[in-house]
Write a protein that binds this ligand. Structure first.
Ligand SMILES: Nc1ncnc2c1ncn2[C@@H]1O[C@H](COP(=O)(O)OP(=O)(O)OP(=O)(O)O)[C@@H](O)[C@H]1O
Ligand SMILES: [Mg+2]
Ligand SMILES: [Mg+2]
Length: 651
């Protein structure tokens, strides 16, 4: 089709069509980057992306009904009665409809400026196009101006232009039907129960929408048809979640505050919380109806309001012990739902797991605080019960800490600690972390980067490699292994006792290269064979050091791998000038500040909890393989899979 030689006008083969192909290719190559993997969770996330777009349309006030249908062939249809995706030619690509640009181009969307949407879950302009790229068939129908249009795609490639297929006198909106590509997702299939749960929670999050569910596939007692509309919002959601459990407050503390009315900025927050002796506490938070399983600023704002409120109430009630209540006591004891809507939210990571917008903290805290004070004052019976319950929890926690402290003190007295251990100063195990680092150089910047009170460092020499896989008789005579055991305060194999463990988190921090992955996998194998309960109790973690630092003017980002780097290069950081790429060869090359920010500081780092999946035979072997593999996306896939383990609750 090139035409310089033939002298013909290049008509179809123009720059824009090239961009479309390049645009979606990385999505199929590295689905993990865009949809968090190729596993069951990622598959279900495909529905979330399309549903989120309809929810955005509803929250913006343009739709009040959404239908979600799981069809017999496992394709999914999502229909809304919103404005309909625009189908007129796109100003930048005049030979294409906006619909095609949206579905075939990354970072094309109507939610960047806040003109068409005020507080949307969508913000990257990638969701719909990613689903399109990963579907072997996608059909989009748009009813606009009394006419019905349709365009078909396969694996992100249009199968023809957008066409008018009929009249639509009484209807408007968008209908998307997609079938996930088995080349990408293999044998994973949609689970009706899981989809239903997602659909219901969306309906709870926005009372202005009615969501209809229909499934042609049976799944236990999951209904084949249902209609969800919850005018009671989160308060009802919480009541339903808690079921018959007795609660300290008869009615949950629940409410909603419009930021526009209160603070003059767009958005709102809705919340519901109650306390019960019947179960452990939990919090499920959302921003613009997108679940944020890792929390973030809206959650911290919420807890800050509750904490200050309860302490102030304790003071009023002359309960001196109220001041001992900490945020942890609240979190472990309270059952909470928080949903905020803000403009241009900033999330950490591609899958929007944690909210980063700093302003949200202040907005939510201020909004909730007044209401909480009033609520406590108005219902002194509930308030008293909650206060007593929380004080009790605080006392219990302090007693446990005291016990542990004495245990640790006597343990440390008996113990000889290895000379190269840089220990933390905290006297109790609670909240402490041991970073196992590779070599002395990384140890150097680690010392500057750590939090002295809570974070300890143990450098291990490379030669430990030779013995980690060995039988335990050989292990026990090895000096490096002995140092490791002494630092941890535990023995190996049958001599292992979890109660003696001197730290809360054991974090393997190796270079983000093949050697590093090798050492990490050997260490994991060691823990798996010699100290298995430590893994099962959730104490073992992997640090995630970045591979690259990109700077553009004043903007700076760190990238975990090549794919993420390429994504940023393509997208730009939003700063001025050219993008400068520097590659970290090893942890030792990073200065303390960078190391802290990217890898060690609990506020900004990312950690992977190491888990053992019982259902998958040979999982550890496989895991070692994957971590040792040269491909960064393998590592990423592993990260995502573990994330799934933690987040199962928050579909
Ligand atoms: N159901 C819909 N109704 C109306 N417009 C839609 C609908 N679905 C998608 N769009 C339009 O298509 C654009 C692109 O959607 P896409 O999901 O790709 O990105 P996004 O929602 O902007 O951001 P994100 O990648 O975070 O989801 C949206 O910004 C919106 O303008
Ligand atoms: Mg979207
Ligand atoms: Mg898009």
């Amino acid at each position: 089709m090139t035409d310089l030689l033939s002298g013909q006008e290049p008509t179809e083969y123009d720059a824009s069509s090239i961009e479309v192909l390049e645009g979606l290719e990385p999505v199929r190559k590295r689905p993990g980057m865009y949809i968090g993997g190729t596993d069951e969770r990622a598959l279900h996330h495909m529905v979330a992306e399309v549903l989120d777009n309809s929810m955005d349309e509803a929250v913006a006030g343009h739709a009040n009904r959404i239908e979600v249908e799981l069809n017999a062939d496992y394709s999914v249809t999502i229909r809304d009665n919103g404005r309909g995706i625009p189908i007129d030619p796109h100003p930048k690509f005049p030979d294409k409809s906006a619909l095609e640009v949206i579905l075939c181009t990354l970072h094309a969307g109507g939610k960047f400026s806040g003109k068409a949407y005020q507080t949307s879950g969508g913000l990257h302009g990638v969701g719909a196009s990613v689903v399109n790229a990963l579907s072997d068939s996608m059909v989009v129908q748009v009813a606009r101006n009394r006419e019905l249009f349709e365009q078909r795609f396969s694996r992100g490639i249009p199968q023809g232009p957008v066409e008018k297929i009929g009249a639509a006198p009484n209807r408007r909106g968008t209908t998307v039907t997609f079938h996930a590509d088995e080349q990408i997702f293999g044998a994973h299939r949609f689970k009706p129960a899981r989809l239903l749960k997602m659909v219901r929670s969306k309906a709870y999050l926005f009372s202005g929408v009615e969501i209809r569910w229909k499934s042609e596939i049976e799944d236990g007692d999951t209904p084949m048809e249902a209609t969800f509309h919850f005018p009671g919002g989160l308060a009802d959601y919480l009541r339903e979640t808690l079921g018959k459990a007795t609660t300290y407050a008869e009615n949950p503390f629940a409410g909603t505050v419009d930021f526009q009315e209160r603070f003059g900025v767009p958005g709102k927050v809705e919340w519901a919380i109650n306390w019960t002796p019947a179960r452990d506490g939990f919090i499920q938070s959302y921003c613009n109806t997108v679940p944020t399983p890792e929390g973030g600023t809206h959650e911290s704002g919420f807890w800050a309001a509750i904490l200050k409120g309860i302490r102030a109430y304790g003071e009023l009630a002359n309960n001196r012990k109220a001041k001992d209540i900490t945020r942890d006591d609240l979190i472990t004891g309270g059952c909470a739902l928080v949903s905020c809507f803000i403009r241009e939210p900033e999330f950490v990571g591609q899958t929007k797991d944690r909210l980063a917008t700093t302003e949200a903290q202040r907005l939510v805290e201020n909004a909730v605080r007044d209401h909480f004070d009033n609520w406590l004052a108005a219902d002194t019976k509930s308030a008293g019960a909650i206060l007593d319950f929380l004080v009790l929890r605080a006392e219990e926690r302090m007693r446990r800490k005291q016990e542990k402290e004495t245990a640790r003190k006597s343990a440390t007295k008996k113990l000889r600690l290895p000379g190269k251990l840089t220990d933390c100063t905290s006297k109790s195990r609670e909240g402490t972390e041991l970073f196992i680092v590779e070599g002395d150089s990384a140890g150097g910047s680690g010392k500057g980067a750590r939090n002295r009170e809570k974070q300890a460092l143990l450098p291990l020499k490379g030669k430990i490699l030779n013995v980690l896989g060995a039988a335990s008789s050989k292990l026990s005579t090895n000096a490096e292994i002995n140092d490791l055991c002494e630092a941890l305060g535990v023995g190996m194999g049958t001599k292992f006792n979890l109660d003696d463990l001197r730290y809360d988190k054991i974090i393997i921090m190796t270079d983000a290269d093949v050697d590093g992955a090798h050492i990490a996998s050997l260490l994991m194998t060691f823990f798996f064979t010699q100290m298995r309960p430590l893994i099962d109790a959730g104490h073992l973690y992997l640090a995630c050091p970045p591979l690259f630092r990109l700077t553009q003017g004043a903007k700076r980002v760190y990238c975990l791998d090549e794919a993420e780097k390429n994504m940023w290069l393509e997208k730009g950081l939003g700063g001025k000038g050219k993008i400068d790429v520097s590659r970290f060869k090893g942890l030792g090359e990073m200065d303390a500040k960078d190391l802290k920010e990217t890898t060690m500081d609990p506020e900004t780092r990312k950690l992977i909890r190491v888990t053992v999946d019982e259902d998958v035979p040979g999982e550890t072997g496989d895991l070692v393989e994957r971590l040792m593999g040269k491909k960064p996306e393998m590592r990423f896939a592993y990260i995502q899979q573990n994330a799934q383990f933690v987040e199962e609750l928050d579909v």
